[in-house]
Design a protein around this ligand. Structure first.
Ligand SMILES: [Zn+2]
Length: 51
């Protein structure tokens, strides 16, 4: 299984998976929201991790 970073667009809820080694997407590929609306999702248990 490949590891990937998971981001979610706060505007449309689109899930964006980015392989490790690639940068955070600069915009949502679905709705075009800027990176400021794209938040990293922690793949671990809820409540763990830092904002
Ligand atoms: Zn979006």
């Amino acid at each position: 299984m490949m590891k990937a970073k998971v981001f979610r667009c706060a505007n449309c809820g689109h899930i964006i998976e980015v392989p490790f080694g690639l940068p955070k997407p600069s915009s949502c590929p679905k709705c075009g929201s800027p990176a400021s609306l794209i938040h990293r999702m922690n793949p671990g248990p809820p409540g763990v991790g830092r904002e």
